[in-house]
Every structure is written in structure tokens, then in C-alpha cells.
Design a protein around this ligand. Structure first.
Ligand SMILES: [Zn+2]
Length: 413
């Protein structure tokens, strides 16, 4: 039986296509899913400046300033010389023996995505409250928050751009960058060089897809380890808002490598796994809401990721899936001379389960199985002798049927 000519032709065509396609690098999909007509309608529905203007911010700044927990600074100016304001929220108590951990949020890169601002507003109001969890977060962390990164765009009612008509979100590889990008990049750089570098950086947007989700960075543009950390972070946040936030694989970006023009690109290219830098997308549609639930989930997810776990946090919130994996102690592990010591890794289970605790190197190779078997409910402590490990970054991962947790281990000599 002879093969029909048309089939041979189509085989040849697909072969030709398969040779051409890889040379074409697909543009990154628009994470916010901008739509001009829907955006125009949103402006009409919400009123001037999408319902929250630069003047509204100035009024709120005065109100927030009454709180003993916040400091307000202008970091620099926009194209039209409006201040880019930063809130620093932390405790007025002296720092204990460990440094506070640094969290950075910025909102309204895209002025029309005001819903992400309403989430950020809930975060600010909660952090300034007398709630015990807020007090704990202030004690253990410093939150830097830029409520309005693109004030000119807000005032001009541009949905996405600054006063030069440039989309700041994808301007990070330009030379020179826009003034607003220069301000934010300068602040990020300053903090990354400080003794308390940024560990979580959230870029607050809202999507026309009318879903809440994180923009997940694929392994092709990051690393295997980073994707484990991303999944851990996103799963953690979601567990505090069941059904409210889409799973980590809802929106996967960076499938064809690392783009160089986003703020997250800057973090990845310079600091890799050290910073959990993600875009969060709220809902840019009329059914948006539940901003307080979203803020609650984000703050608890951040706290878990940073290991801000105490009896207060645990009492207030049931174990999300019965798993806790603590930061190893000491960290970093100092392996020099007589200082050699065992590393302690602690995890806890809410109910008995088969578990495996695995150590990976930075290339994702399995170095050791630290613990494996059926374990009882409660706290388990593993003592691991890291003497034979080379200096560098490692990851340890608790794997169970309920879920996984991954944390970083640093060895220095
Ligand atoms: Zn956006």
C-alpha cells in the first residue's frame, strides 16, 4: 500500500516547521492579560483614577503616619515629579539576637489594576493593627511597601504606562530606564546590599482573566530548586484562602528562558534563589473582592515561608496540611577547624505518615536521604553531619503524601 502524497507532504511540512520553530523565540505571554476596551469600561465603572488617586494616597499617608509602627519616606520622583512613597512597617521594639527578615511589596505599576492596591491596602491596615499576628510580623520582619509606584499613570488615567507612555513593568532592561524604574531598582539594590536583604518581593498586579494567581517562573528560566521554593510558597499562600487563588501551574512563564526586562528578572539574574520574587495577580474585573482574605493568605504564606512560626501563629491557625519543616540550625553551617558541628533539621507532622527527607545540591542531584520511614505525629529532629559537603547552597525537602516542604541550607567554610 502506497503512502498518499498529501501525507508525505504534510510530514515534510511538519519537519520543516520543527526546524523553524525553535529559532523563533515566543514573546512572554502578557501576565495581566490587558484589554483596552475592558480597561476603558473599568475606568468608567470605578470613576476617576480607577477609584484611587494620588490625592487619596496623600490622605492615607497622613492617617498611617499616626501609627507608631510605620515610617514614610519619598524614595524619589516620577517623570512629572510626584513622590514615590515608601512605607516601612516594623516593630518599635529593639531587634533581638537575629536580624529582621525583609519583605518588599510594590503596587500600581499598572494604574488600571487598582484591585491589587486594595489587597495591599488591607495588608498595610492589618500590619498597623494591634492583632497579635500583626505584632509578631512586625517583631520578626520589616515590610517595605510602595503603594503607588506609577503615580503619573494614575493621575493621567493611563491603564499601563507612565507619563512617557512607557510600560514600567517591562522596562528593566532599557538603557536608561525610566525614572520610576531607577527609583525602585536603586531601592532594591540598596536593600540587597544591606545586612537584611529582601527575601520576599511581591509585585502586585490584577489580571483581566478574572482569577487570582501567581506568575510562576518555569525551571527553563530559573532552576529546579527555585521551582520547588516557588511551589512551596504558592501552595502555602493558597492554603490560607482555599478556592480563592489558582494553583501554582495556572500561569507558567519563562518557559523559553529568562526574560531580562521584568523586576523579577533583575532579582533572578542577580540573586537567584535568595529572593522569592513573584508577581501576584488579583482579579481585574467586576467580581473582584475579598481583599482581606487575600491579604490574610499572603501574610500567612509569607510568614510560613520565612519561618516566622511561634505558638501565636500555630495557635491561631491550624496546620494547613499537617506539615511543618523548620529552617535548619545553625544556618549557615560553618565548617572550619574545630567548629564542625551537626546540623539540626526539625519537622513536625499533625498525624502519622510515611515521610522522606532528602538533601539536594544546587543542581538538583540527590545528596542524601536524611530520614525515611513511617513517622508518628509530633516533632522529629534529624541530626545531620555535613562535614563532607562542599561549600555552597543545598536544599532539603520533606516529602509526604500530604505535601512537600523545601528549605535552603547554606554551607560555608
Ligand atoms: Zn499588571
Amino acid at each position: 500500500m502506497s503512502i498518499p502524497r498529501i501525507l508525505i507532504l504534510s510530514v515534510w511540512m511538519s519537519l520543516a516547521l520543527s526546524l523553524i520553530v525553535p529559532t523563533l523565540r515566543a514573546d512572554e505571554p502578557d501576565k495581566c492579560g490587558y484589554d483596552a476596551a475592558l480597561s476603558k469600561q473599568m475606568l468608567l465603572d470605578l470613576g476617576p483614577h480607577w477609584g484611587y488617586s494620588y490625592d487619596s494616597l496623600l490622605i492615607d499617608l497622613k492617617r498611617w503616619q499616626q501609627s507608631p509602627y510605620v515610617t514614610i519616606d519619598s524614595l524619589g520622583a516620577s517623570v512629572q515629579n510626584r513622590a514615590i512613597w515608601q512605607l516601612t512597617i516594623t516593630s518599635d521594639l529593639p531587634v533581638g539576637d537575629s536580624l529582621r527578615q525583609t519583605v518588599f511589596l510594590h503596587a500600581r505599576t499598572h494604574p488600571g489594576e487598582v484591585q491589587a492596591w486594595w489587597v495591599t491596602n488591607e495588608i498595610i491596615n492589618f500590619l498597623l493593627s494591634e492583632d497579635p499576628f500583626a505584632a509578631l510580623l512586625r517583631e520578626r520582619c520589616t515590610f517595605y511597601i510602595i503603594p503607588m509606584y506609577n503615580p503619573d499613570g494614575v493621575e493621567l488615567e493611563y491603564p499601563r504606562e507612565n507619563a512617557h507612555g512607557v510600560d514600567l513593568e517591562s522596562n528593566w532592561s532599557a538603557n536608561p530606564v525610566e525614572p520610576e524604574v531607577a527609583v525602585l531598582r536603586g531601592r532594591f539594590s540598596e536593600l540587597m546590599m544591606s545586612s537584611a536583604p529582601i527575601e520576599v518581593a511581591l509585585n502586585m498586579h490584577s489580571s483581566i482573566r478574572c482569577k487570582r494567581y501567581f506568575v510562576y517562573h518555569d525551571e527553563a528560566g530559573t532552576s529546579y530548586q527555585y521551582t520547588l521554593l516557588e511551589q512551596d510558597f504558592i501552595n502555602g499562600v493558597r492554603s490560607y484562602f482555599p478556592g480563592g487563588i489558582e494553583p501554582w501551574n495556572y500561569f507558567v512563564s519563562w518557559k523559553s528562558g529568562t526574560p531580562n526586562y521584568y523586576p523579577e528578572s533583575w532579582f533572578w539574574l542577580n540573586f537567584q534563589e535568595a529572593v522569592m520574587a513573584l508577581t501576584y495577580e488579583d482579579m481585574n474585573c467586576s467580581s473582584a473582592g475579598k481583599y482581606d482574605s487575600t491579604a490574610f493568605a499572603l501574610l500567612h504564606g509569607i510568614a510560613d515561608y520565612l519561618d516566622v512560626v511561634t505558638t501565636i501563629a500555630v495557635d491561631r491557625q491550624p496546620f494547613r496540611d499537617g506539615l511543618e519543616l523548620q529552617q535548619s540550625y545553625p544556618n549557615p553551617v560553618q565548617l572550619s577547624g574545630a567548629n564542625r558541628q551537626a546540623t539540626i533539621i526539625q519537622y513536625s507532622l499533625e498525624k502519622p505518615a510515611p515521610v522522606r527527607l532528602v538533601l539536594y545540591d544546587v543542581l538538583g542531584r540527590r545528596i542524601a536521604v536524611l530520614d525515611e520511614g513511617y513517622r508518628n505525629r509530633g516533632v522529629h529532629r534529624i541530626f545531620y553531619n555535613a562535614n563532607n559537603l562542599a561549600e555552597g547552597v543545598y536544599f532539603y525537602r520533606l516529602e509526604t503524601v500530604q505535601g512537600t516542604r523545601t528549605r535552603k541550607l547554606l554551607i560555608v567554610r
